[in-house]
Design a protein around this ligand. Structure first.
Ligand code: BG6
Length: 480
């Protein structure tokens, strides 16, 4: 672990991800005293600017800096944040970065210096930067780690090619592939929910579960990043990584231990039970202008004939002994009616014969916003009545754990990377099995073989969504 000192280099420091996620997360860790004692952060990007201008840029995104304490934290934080501009494909630039790190290291007193390179970069420069860093900035004295962000390729082949090139340069134990959903509190909670609660775990099988939905909804479109988005589409943006990670943790068998390798072994094992998605199990959509908001194709950077989905519902079949026959419906969409990410496990009608038409049990894990786990069940209507009444066993975090601050996903993940813990990062073989599931359908969509339905900005999605879900057995209860 980077116990006492660390140099963190944020590559792509002037970009969106760095400003909105990486620096705010580093700031929160700093404020909580969770960074190694001697930490220095160097922002690196092509844009030429002085340190003061850079500080101004990142300051705008730091939260909680109005109070006295917040102000002091911000001052302290900015003191350890430096900025260097340089090219992504030039040894001389990286040598310059290396000299800056050596100067810092010469001044620090404790331990051997360790370097963490965080690549908040577009995919077209991943490999060349990974190479420049390895050749010019690799510390011979301390530990070196590299953190990379999706997209990891566009399909199985391109992902393998990219990962292959990275592997030639950086060892697997030095590489941290971020899927920030793995840093979310409720995703991390899944392991505990399942394996610390025999009661819940016993019911997670095809004997009792009828269908599972994993849903991602965002109330805004791709405004401003349509050109980028059009190359990937919602399935590569959300399902192939974030939702498939959630699925693998929800569906996997109990790992031998909670070590990162044991956990990831089980995730890979269960994904291997999932065959490639079939065209008949897919519904895709693209949003149109409505409610005063622009349609996807109104963005000048999006081609007018784009068949890129901004919504998709995909049904995956996990053919493991535990789950065979249970559909896992992965839904994701932009420009919908609300912001919500949740897992909804719907149980079978096993009460038929005794009761008529009572709602099914459902176990819901709400990942965001307003983290919660609740079980929809049936109770006797209170009073002199023998009818049933739907009720919830409700674990809403802000009520139950109101005094606890829930950390941002990136805080948890940066801390893990500094500690050398790979549990919440994506292993290369995980990527492979996941791409194998998604690649054929992605190619079919890219080739225009599957067509989008339209849906209005701000709606629940394509009109046929309800029928699509009902086809897999989902029964809507009144309040879901
Ligand atoms: C990113 C996607 O990976 O996740 C974005 O590229 C999406 O399109 C984002 O908006 C959602 O993350 P979160 O943490 O806000 O749910």
């Amino acid at each position: 672990a980077f116990e006492n000192d660390a140099i963190i280099v944020v590559l792509g420091a002037s970009g969106d991800l760095a400003k909105k996620k990486t620096y705010p997360a580093l700031f929160n860790l700093f404020s909580l005293g969770l960074l190694p004692k001697e930490t220095h952060i160097i922002g690196y990007a092509r844009t030429k600017m002085d340190v003061a201008t850079f500080h101004e840029k990142i300051s705008a995104y730091l939260k909680g800096t109005d109070t006295e304490e917040g102000k002091a934290n911000k001052e302290g934080f900015l003191k350890i944040c430096d900025y260097i501009s340089g090219q992504y494909d030039e040894d001389a630039s990286f040598q310059n970065l290396n000299q800056a790190m050596e100067r810092i290291e010469a001044k620090t007193k404790v331990g051997s210096p360790s370097r963490l390179f965080y690549m908040a970069l577009p995919p077209n420069v991943f490999t060349v930067v990974a190479k420049g860093l390895k050749n010019n900035c690799y510390s011979q004295k301390g530990q070196n780690r590299i953190v990379i962000e999706k997209p990891f390729g566009k399909d199985l082949e391109s992902s393998r090619e990219m990962m292959g090139k990275l592997k030639d340069l950086w060892k697997e134990d030095e590489t941290f592939r971020i899927d920030h959903y793995l840093g979310k509190e409720m995703v991390k909670n899944l392991l505990i929910m399942r394996f610390a609660n025999p009661l819940l775990e016993a019911g997670l099988t095809n004997e009792l579960v009828d269908n599972v939905q994993i849903t991602f909804k965002e109330p805004f479109g791709t405004e401003g990043r349509g050109g980028y988005f059009d190359e990937f589409g919602i399935i590569r943006d959300i399902q192939q990584n974030h939702l498939s990670q959630v699925l693998s943790i929800l569906a996997m068998e109990r790992p031998k231990s909670f070590s990162s390798e044991d956990i990831r072994d089980e995730k890979v094992k269960v994904l291997k039970f999932v065959p490639p998605i079939k065209e008949e199990d897919v519904l895709i959509g693209q949003y149109t202008a409505a409610n005063g908001k622009p349609g996807y194709k109104d963005d000048d950077t999006v081609p007018k004939d784009s068949n890129c989905p901004t919504f998709a519902a995909l049904t995956l079949w996990v053919n493991s002994p535990r789950w065979k026959g249970v559909p896992f419906i992965l839904k994701a969409g932009k420009a919908l009616d609300e912001a919500k990410v949740e897992i909804r496990i719907q149980y079978k009608d096993v009460t038929k014969g005794i009761f008529k038409d009572i709602p099914r049990n459902e176990l819901v894990i709400r990942i965001q916003p307003n983290e919660a786990v609740y079980l929809k069940m049936n109770a006797k209507k209170p009073g002199l009545d023998t009818n049933t009444l739907p009720a919830d066993l409700d674990l809403t975090y802000k009520e139950r754990f109101s005094e606890v601050r829930i950390p941002e996903a990136y805080e948890a993940l940066i801390l893990d990377a500094l500690n050398g813990d790979h549990s919440n990062f994506v292993r290369d073989d995980e990527l492979d099995v996941s791409w194998a599931i998604f690649t054929p359908i992605l190619h079919a969509i890219d080739a225009g073989k599957v067509k989008n339905e339209t849906y209005e900005y701000g709606s629940r999605g394509p009109a046929s969504l309800n029928d699509f879900i009902a086809k897999y057995g989902y029964k809507r209860s009144n309040d879901s």
